[in-house]
Design a protein around this ligand. Structure first.
Ligand code: GLN
Length: 292
């Protein structure tokens, strides 16, 4: 970050310089990443950068920013550097123990919320492989009639999910627990059959390459055997036994898994023909199906 113009580093100059630096380093969304990192180092909201564009950060703030800019240019995910990520307009704490919430996963929330809000009276939803708890929290937030069970096989993930549920004020309606697949944990008092099940399980095939920065994310949340179906298969098999008749199962899957997932759902025989949903990039990304 050479100060060629010998001018003070204002917020505006820092953002412009960092955007160019990130572009050259092929960081995705360079301007946005620069803003997120600078707001973090200044301890302000991203939007507040615009009212402070003439501000010259203190030396410690600059040092902190520089360090993070370097790490981000090296490929470290910005969400881990600042310890948080937005999902469904809510802020989630994240650490390398959990997958970083992705916009395509919002599809699961849309489906579950629409279904639960259509039912009268109290409802239940089980978010399995919850990670940071982002799907569970967003469902609870937007379906006020729902009690939500959020489980993950990773105790470190469940700890973070619990913190997120607590800080979003949803602890009264969301229960977080360690559980393997669809084994009902102790301490859940919402019954054994659910109105909805949501799942963003690991689904990347062992030999598939992952995108830039994804290698910093937990392998247990990403990798699932030679075809990436080692978690999806048992989930599809177990889901009907945990759903009420008419209950829905919303499952995220990977690029090119749509046909396999559709076949697995149809073969089980307990579900209606699934609908395959595309994400914002028009990639087939999730299946939603109803228990007969
Ligand atoms: N969508 C993620 C990726 O490809 C994978 C998420 C997952 O396995 N659940 O990076």
């Amino acid at each position: 970050m050479a100060d060629v113009q010998n001018e003070p580093w204002t917020v505006l100059r820092l953002l412009d310089w960092t955007k160019g630096y990130f572009q050259r380093a092929a960081v995705e969304s360079p301007r946005l990443c620069a803003e997120i990192l600078l707001a973090h180092s200044l301890g302000c909201k991203r939007m507040e950068l615009y009212t402070r564009h003439d501000y010259s950060p203190k030396e410690e703030q600059l040092a902190d920013f520089r360090q993070n800019v370097k790490k981000a240019a090296d490929g470290q995910p910005v969400a881990y550097l600042v310890g948080q990520k937005e999902f469904y307009s809510l802020t989630f704490r994240v650490s390398p123990a959990v997958l970083i919430p992705r916009p395509e996963t919002e599809l699961l929330v849309d489906q579950a919320v629409a279904h639960l809000r259509n039912l009268s009276g109290p409802t239940t939803c089980w978010d399995i492989c919850t990670g940071s708890g982002c799907v569970a929290a967003a469902v609870a937030k937007h379906a006020p009639n729902a009690k939500v069970l959020a489980t993950d096989i990773s105790p470190r993930a469940v700890e973070i999910a619990g913190e997120n549920i607590e800080s979003l004020g949803l602890a009264g309606r969301v229960t977080c627990a360690v559980a393997d697949l669809l084994h009902l944990p102790e301490g859940w008092a919402g019954g054994e059959f659910f109105d909805a099940i949501t799942a963003n399980p690991p689904y990347v095939a062992d030999d598939d390459e992952v995108g830039k920065g994804v290698e910093y994310e937990p392998a247990g949340a990403l990798r699932a055997g030679p075809e990436g179906l080692n978690v999806i298969k048992p989930l599809i098999a177990a889901a009907p036994d945990r759903l009420k008749p008419g209950g829905i199962f919303c499952l995220e899957f990977g690029q090119s898994q749509a046909d396999a997932v559709r076949d697995l759902i149809v073969e089980i025989g307990a579900f209606e023909e699934p609908t395959i949903l595309k994400d914002q990039q028009a990639i087939e990304r999730a299946a939603v199906t109803r228990k007969r």
